[in-house]
Write a protein of this length. Structure first.
Length: 158
C-alpha cells in the first residue's frame, strides 16, 4: 500500500502502548497534532538515536500542542525496556501484526547483505488536529530528521 498523501485523512489506528493502555488516533482529533514515527526495532543503534532526538526535543513538540508517538512491531514489554532505558517521555505503540505499518505504506521488502525480508521502513507522518496528513517523510535518515519535523511543524503554525 502506498504512503498516504499529504492532505488526505490519516489511517485510523488503535494500538496497545507503553506506558499505558491503548491509543487511538481519533483521541487527538480537534485537540493535538500528532507526530507518528515508525521505526524498525527497539534498542538498535539508529532507532535509539532517533528516539533520543525526539526525547531531547520533546519540549518543542509539547509547546507546539503536538504529541509524539513512536510505533514499531515490537511488543509492549520490549517498548517498556526501551523507553525505561532511554527515559523516553512519549508513548511507544505496538503493531505486532504490522497492520498499521501496512496502512501507512511502510511495511516493505528490505534487502540486507543480499537477504530479503519484510520490515518497517523508517518513516514519519505529521498529522494535524483535523486528522489529516500535514507532512510526510517516507524514507527517513536519522541525522537531522527531528529538527526537520520540528521546523515543518513551526512552518505549519503548530
Amino acid at each position: 500500500m502506498p504512503t498516504p498523501a499529504v492532505g488526505t485523512k490519516a489511517p485510523a489506528f488503535e494500538l496497545a502502548a507503553y506506558p499505558s493502555g491503548k491509543f487511538k488516533l481519533s483521541q487527538f482529533k480537534g485537540k493535538q497534532n500528532v507526530v507518528l514515527y515508525f521505526y524498525p526495532k527497539d534498542d538498535t543503534p539508529g532507532c535509539t538515536k532517533e528516539a533520543c532526538e525526539f526525547r531531547d526535543n520533546h519540549g518543542t513538540f509539547q509547546s507546539s500542542d503536538t504529541v509524539v508517538l513512536g510505533i514499531s512491531c515490537d511488543a509492549v514489554d520490549s517498548h517498556e525496556k526501551f523507553a525505561t532505558k532511554f527515559e523516553l517521555p512519549f508513548p511507544l505503540l505496538s503493531d505486532p501484526d504490522h497492520a498499521i505499518a501496512e496502512k501507512y505504506g511502510v511495511w516493505v521488502e528490505k534487502n540486507m547483505y543480499g537477504k530479503k525480508s519484510m520490515g518497517v521502513q523508517r518513516a514519519t507522518f505529521l498529522i494535524d488536529k483535523e486528522g489529516k496528513i500535514a507532512a510526510a517523510w517516507p524514507r527517513v535518515k536519522v541525522d537531522g530528521h527531528v529538527a526537520a519535523v520540528a521546523a515543518k511543524l513551526a512552518e505549519l503554525g503548530g
